[in-house]
Design a protein around this ligand. Structure first.
Ligand code: AMP
Length: 460
């Protein structure tokens, strides 16, 4: 998972980009980068670490210019190293010509890379964002196409998820794959500065008015000549290609104050909670306790629907980094323990509905139940705000191999036995779809294995 930002038309482009990147830091905490053009030179900075540490005042002052793009990274394709960090650039003798940052994963990466290498295109990283910028440069510099034409061909040839920003010396381009799997929203600030970002919360922070989504297979070019929008291109936008947004963005990834895919994220989460409560009927409990922060709105929805009061019995330390991406299970276990603690004496003699948004490897839930059990709690009824995750994601989310997924290892009864919870229920797929307006427009592959974009090893 990653986040992208683009800014055009402000003398403070680098600062605005850093602020927007900071707002979507939850989408990637491993590394970050920014490319800024002053009309003549594109300057690039990227490093491992958080936005506030990498882009301090001095660093931002060394990045003059009115066009900027930024990226926060949570590795999926390519290891967590500086050279795989985005943006990626294309250099000519006159210096960098293009810089590009993207959120998503390219499914036919191997075929695309092989093909481009056969055309003597060279790569510096193993990251799929580099395919996109090298493809565009190859089409423009070697085949004489315009950038928009090159992007149209790219969207035809490259399969997968890619919400993308491209900066040239004088323009900003934004485009999104034909299935528009990852979110991407844009708009204008009051002074006319154009801003695009993965999530609308970043636009809110910058005071953007009139935000809208980049359409599926849409391209937007912003330059001194104005804004040009190309949408539903017949080459790309066929009947068979519908939006297939990632429903997990609503369940977990996105910030609750964001709006995309036609939905307010927090409202979808509240509906998920209400659906779980509805499925429980007359379950009796003293409190609903969500695992913070991702299950908070699901817990609220459950509580509002069931009438069982919500309590914040679990406290999260916000300074613990992501436990999920650690490669060693022992470190993941320890991080979860450091991340959460219980309110003293709260659980004694109580029956609780414990809510999490999802179970992947089972690390979080095992550790939290281990924490709660000795507190004297009477009953723990575990409710999960998503269906059972049984399949990997190839569109920009880091999921472990299928045999590491908790639900592929244990049945519901076995999970209850192993964790010691009194009952466990997942949200059903149909109930999840009832929480969104456009039911046909979502990718559910991690739950049902129905992948909307297949890797047929080909690229046309
Ligand atoms: P696990 O502990 O492996 O079962 O992962 C589930 C927990 O991690 C849930 O509490 C989610 O909030 C969070 N989570 C779910 N999917 C992901 C992901 N792909 N990356 C990071 N965190 C995740």
């Amino acid at each position: 998972m990653c986040g992208i930002v683009g800014v055009f038309g402000s003398p403070n482009a680098a600062k605005l980009t850093a602020l927007a990147m900071f707002t979507i830091q939850h989408r990637g905490q491993e590394s970050c980068g920014m490319a800024v053009s002053d009309g003549k030179v594109i300057r690039l900075r990227k490093k491992m670490g958080l936005v506030r540490d990498v882009f301090d005042e001095t660093e931002l002052e060394s990045l003059p210019g009115e066009v900027a793009i930024g990226h926060v990274r949570y590795p999926t394709k390519g290891s967590a190293t500086e050279f795989n960090t985005q943006p990626h650039i294309v250099e000519t003798l006159a210096g960098p010509t293009y810089a590009l940052a993207s959120n998503g994963d390219i499914v036919n990466y191997d075929a695309m890379r092989r093909y481009l290498e056969e055309q003597n295109v060279y790569f510096k990283s193993d990251n799929d964002g580099e395919i996109l910028v090298k493809y565009i440069a190859w089409k423009v510099m070697r085949q004489g196409e315009g950038i928009i034409e090159a992007i149209r061909h790219l969207m035809h040839d490259v399969k997968g998820a890619y919400s993308t920003v491209l900066c040239t010396r004088d323009s900003l381009y934004m485009f999104r794959d034909p299935h528009s799997i990852r979110p991407m929203v844009w708009g204008k600030m009051e002074d006319g500065t154009v801003v695009v970002a993965s999530e609308s919360c970043a636009l809110d922070t910058l005071g953007v008015i009139n935000r809208k989504e980049i359409p599926a297979a849409g391209i937007v070019k912003v330059s001194a000549e104005g804004i040009r929008i190309i949408q539903n291109d017949p080459l790309l936008y066929r009947e068979s290609i519908r939006p297939k947004h990632c429903i997990f963005e609503h369940v977990y990834y996105s910030r609750p104050d964001s709006h995309h895919f036609g939905e307010d994220v927090y409202k979808v989460r509240e509906k998920i909670g209400a659906a779980l409560a509805k499925a429980d009927g007359k379950l009796k409990a003293d409190y609903v306790v969500p695992i913070p922060d991702s299950a908070n709105f699901i817990g609220l929805g459950y509580s509002n629907h069931s009438g069982i009061p919500l309590s914040l019995g679990l406290i999260r330390n916000h300074y613990v980094g992501r436990s999920f991406t650690e490669t060693k299970q022992a470190i993941r276990d320890e991080n979860v323990r450091r991340k959460y603690n219980l309110l003293p004496h709260f659980f004694e003699g109580k029956s609780i509905v414990l809510i999490d948004d999802s179970i992947i490897r089972g690390t979080t839930i095992r550790k939290i139940v281990d924490l709660i059990k000795p507190s004297g709690v009477r009953e723990v009824h575990l409710r999960i705000g998503s269906p059972e995750v049984r399949y990997g994601c190839y569109y920009g989310i880091d999921t472990p191999s299928r045999d590491e997924l908790f639900m592929n290892k244990y049945s519901v009864d076995e999970i209850c036995e192993r964790t010691g919870v009194d009952s466990l229920k997942y949200l059903q797929i149909d109930d999840l779809l009832d929480c969104v307006y456009e039911k046909d427009d979502y990718c559910l592959a991690c739950f049902n294995g129905d992948y909307p974009v297949k890797n047929n090893g080909d690229f046309v």
